[in-house]
Ligand binder design. Structure first.
Ligand code: KG4
Ligand code: ZN
Length: 354
């Protein structure tokens, strides 16, 4: 069972080809990071235009890398939500057209669920120089999905049978990294640039608050972001009306690094507290981390200190948005004989939840 997966929900145009839900044959990701850097974040209109330009070349490149032709592909999987509506439309229209033309079953995929499935790949192609996990994670599986668009904690009893334990009530954790980076004058994406600055900073220099939620597995990051903003304004001796975009110029390098380190520690602790609590309550067989923030070394360090179980991480290229995770979940749907979608009518669902 070979599935070609298409991902275009945000700022990556990506195609992956996966066999039987465990073997990654090809993975091509065209990132728009450089295009959006100038704006300090993703601009939806610009993202959609870029997807249009590159999506067919990315499909072609993935097939070439795999040494495959359409006759070798058993089905197409595509992200239909959640995400930016214009970006989702480009991916789904491409997938629908290809499914119709080549008469392939079409599997609509929830992007957030798919992040978890990057961890089911146990064979990587030679151009992905990273050791693949020796085995697939086992159920019940606790999944922490942390990225620029999502912060979810879910318990999977089996494939397609899961329960959302909690999620962010406002900003995603990666979004908080991106916004704080902007305030303190570090480049987009904020995760890696804050991690770099934090290495020279003192993570106990400042105490930032953690939000207390009614459901302990829910989270909130907008208060933390505002706390950083107010703190920087006070540190720079300016009022709360002072524009956040002009603050960075008033900070010294050591002030900036201390804020980066203290913010990073607090933001990561917030999700690690929740994952550790869920681990104690549900004693899952596996713990899986997914999404762009899974690349964070601080997250890996704190989790390994708090959770006494092997934790699954995919290769960094498979933690951020990619087509391989879409194809992997597509394989499991095809292998479970789930009814495919109609290529003539499949729509998008920008605010799809888990
Ligand atoms: O999964 P992803 O590529 O896109 C979304 O679906 O959102 O995640 C991108 C997010 C960005 O917000 C970026 O700042 C964050 O992942 N990120 C990190 C790190 N590397 C990337 N956050 C914290 N620490 C990192 N090392
Ligand atoms: Zn994502």
């Amino acid at each position: 069972m070979v599935i070609l997966g298409i991902e275009s929900s945000c700022d990556e145009t990506a195609v992956g080809i996966v066999r039987d839900g465990h073997e990654l044959i090809a993975n091509v990701v065209n990132s728009q990071i450089d295009i959006h850097k100038a704006y300090g974040g993703v601009v939806p209109e610009v993202a959609a235009r870029s997807h249009i330009e590159v999506i067919l070349p990315v499909v072609k490149e993935a097939l070439e890398k795999a040494g495959m032709q359409w006759k070798d592909i058993d089905g197409i999987a595509v992200t239909y939500g959640p995400g930016l509506i214009g970006s989702l439309l480009i991916g789904t229209l491409t997938a629908r057209t290809l499914a119709f033309m080549f008469k392939k079953p079409l599997y609509p995929i929830n992007h957030v669920e798919a992040h978890v499935y990057a961890n089911f790949l146990t064979t990587y192609p030679s151009d992905l120089p990273f050791p693949a996990p020796a085995e697939q994670p086992k159920f019940p599986l606790l999944a922490l999905i942390v990225s620029g668009g999502h912060t979810q904690l879910a318990l999977f009893e089996d494939h397609f049978n899961y329960r959302l334990l909690g999620q962010t009530q406002d900003d995603a954790i990666g979004e908080a990294f991106d916004k704080v980076a902007k305030i303190i004058g570090l480049p987009y994406p904020g995760g890696p640039s804050i991690a770099k600055a934090a290495r020279s900073g003192n993570d106990r220099a400042h105490q930032f608050p953690k939000a207390h939620m009614k459901n302990p597995y829910d989270s909130s990051f907008s208060g933390l972001k505002t706390a950083v903003l107010r703190h920087v304004q006070a540190l720079c001796n300016v009022g709360i009306d002072f524009p956040s975009t002009e603050l960075a110029g008033l900070l010294s390098a050591s002030q900036r690094d201390d804020i980066a380190a203290s913010f990073q520690r607090t933001a990561i602790e917030t999700v690690v507290d929740k994952a550790a609590k869920a681990f104690e309550e549900y004693t899952p067989a596996s713990v899986v981390i997914a999404g762009g923030v899974a690349a964070s070394q601080e997250l890996r360090k704190q989790l390994s200190e708090r959770i006494p179980r092997q934790i699954f991480y995919a290769a960094p290229q498979l933690c951020t948005d990619n087509g391989a995770m879409i194809a992997t979940l597509g394989c499991f749907k095809a292998m479970a004989n789930i009814t495919p979608a109609d290529p003539l009518t499949l729509g998008v669902s920008p605010s799809l939840s888990m």
